[in-house]
Write a protein that binds this ligand. Structure first.
Ligand code: 5RP
Length: 222
């Protein structure tokens, strides 16, 4: 199976996983990226079973709207029944690195508002130790150099993602060379650097379930 076929398989599996949780008034949190895009496309097939969605990016919002799915402002929603999104890496504790698509801050907000986070990923994202994928950090533009110096002190090698401006008007530093042994503490430590909006570690609040696409089928990992 190709990587895209594995992504499609987990997107389909996510639809089956969330179906029993949906009511006519349910609002779903929807993520960003190529795996999330497959999920959005399949979500269009069951759009009569829920009320609408909150999207983690302008791109996903546009894709949802194209399928006739109502997209709501996060501020008008008190809870999301479930949030479905991809990841760049997951460990066995379902601690994640996200933000390869620069949507990490809105993803973290959607995750915070959701009752359950269903992560969908192909097996290339499964790791023993997080950090091979450079950790994205969203930064207020004025603080970019300062934050980069602080990240170097933590042992990282930050690289400015040139030409990328997030949906929130900020910039991204991708931090290489991190062997993330303690994801919960590193998430907190980086978020305390002045000028950081958030970082791509989803460890304090990781995924609740991972649907992992493998050559032997989709594995459900809690
Ligand atoms: C976007 C994300 C994505 O979920 C992550 O980058 C995975 O993307 P893909 O499904 O395309 O591999 O965090 O900010």
């Amino acid at each position: 199976m190709t990587q895209d076929q594995l992504k499609q398989a987990v997107a389909r599996a996510a639809i089956e996983y969330i179906k029993p949780k949906l009511f006519n008034d349910s609002i779903i949190g929807v993520g960003t990226g190529s795996t999330a895009n497959f999920f959005i496309d399949y979500l269009g097939e069951i759009s009569d079973r829920f009320a609408g969605a909150v999207a983690s990016s302008d791109a996903s919002a546009a894709r949802l709207k194209k399928l006739g799915i109502e997209v709501l402002d996060c501020n008008s929603v008190s809870e999301l029944v479930v949030y479905v999104d991809g990841a760049d890496e997951s460990n066995a504790y379902l601690h994640l690195i996200k933000g390869g698509g620069a949507a990490l801050t809105r993803e973290k907000i959607v995750r915070a508002v959701s009752n359950e986070f269903v992560c969908i990923a192909d097996e290339s994202k499964w790791v023993d130790v997080l950090g091979k994928f450079p950790l994205p950090v969203e930064v207020i533009p004025m603080a970019r150099s300062y934050v980069a110096r602080e990240l170097v002190k933590l042992g990282g090698a930050p690289v400015y993602r040139e030409g990328v401006v997030t949906d929130n008007g900020n910039v991204i530093l991708d931090v290489y060379n991190l062997q993330i042994i303690d994801p919960v503490n590193l998430e907190i430590t980086i978020n305390q650097i002045t000028g950081v909006v958030t970082n791509g570690l989803f460890a304090a609040k990781g995924a609740d379930v991972l649907l992992l696409g493998t050559k032997d089928g989709v594995k459900t990992i809690f």
